[in-house]
Design a protein. Structure first.
Length: 275
């Protein structure tokens, strides 16, 4: 992620708190913050002005993965709790400049994120946020990684995480129906077909409308595509085709849409059983 000098200036003002839109950070607080992102500084005699230090440190991480992480920390809503500052106003102060760089900061599920404006990612959140379950944590990890890897132009990795997300969601749903489900052997389509009947998604079901059957059959095509393209373009095997950004966005969005539908369907079936 790379931003222009105008945006660096605005972001520096938010970090220092000098424009009275965000909490004030002293010199020692600024040093502590930027040391988390690769600096190795100490506060003392000869320390530059706070605004100059902040801008210089932003320039050092500009064009790296660390910049997006820094921005997300600065705009973490928890940083604004118990203050009189309005997060929306602070966001817009930087966003109106950042949009010219092709990015935007937004809040999703209580956390700050950065997205590229020339390729929207479908919003998806698992129903198990903040869960201590290992598989739920893995699902959250794949969601975050697929976003960040597109942002940082690691399209191979984003495709791999999209497949891993689908695998984790399907195994999670299967575990809700089976106390001892069969071990997953890497065959994504076989895993899905085991779940179809549990969620009443089998196209052979005579009670399902024909138009919906066509859509459900399309889900199988999507899964086949995700499995195949992750083998050819992902980073889990020797790559046979180099993915472009629009390829990665297509796969990530397809995976997220599929997973959201799976969870929504499970919730629907559970509500029917309870009534």
């Amino acid at each position: 992620m790379e931003i222009t000098e105008r945006t660096i200036t605005a972001l520096g003002e938010i970090i220092t708190g000098d424009v009275q839109l965000s909490p004030y950070r002293s010199g020692p607080q600024l040093v502590k913050l930027f040391n988390e992102y690769g600096a190795n500084d100490s506060y003392g005699q000869g320390f530059p002005s706070r605004w100059q230090y902040a801008q210089d440190k932003i320039r050092e991480v500009n064009g790296t993965d660390r910049l997006a992480s820094l921005i997300c920390q600065i705009y973490d809503p928890r940083e604004f709790m118990d203050t009189d500052f309005k997060l929306e106003e602070t966001l817009e102060y930087v966003n109106k400049r950042l949009r010219y760089d092709g990015y935007e900061i937004f809040i999703s599920n209580g956390f700050a994120k950065v997205r590229q404006l020339d390729g929207e990612i479908v919003e998806f959140a698992s129903p198990y946020q903040n869960s201590n379950d290992e598989n739920h944590a893995f699902i959250e990890e794949q969601i975050t990684k697929s976003e960040n890897k597109i942002l940082h132009e690691d399209y191979d990795g984003a495709i791999t995480n999209a497949r891993s997300l689908v695998e984790a969601v399907l195994t999670d749903i299967e575990a809700d129906f089976e106390s001892e489900p069969p071990p997953y052997d890497g065959d994504l389509l076989k895993l899905y077909k085991r779940i179809q009947k549990q969620l009443n998604l089998d196209p052979s079901n005579s009670t399902i409308d024909n138009s919906l059957k066509q859509t459900l059959s399309g889900l199988i095509s999507i899964l086949n595509g995700i499995a195949s393209i992750s083998n050819k373009m992902g980073d889990r095997h020797v790559r046979t085709y180099k993915p472009a950004k629009h390829h990665a966005i297509l796969i990530v969005n397809s995976a997220r849409t599929f997973c959201k539908f799976m969870y929504d369907t499970e919730q629907f079936q559970q509500s029917k059983s309870a009534s």
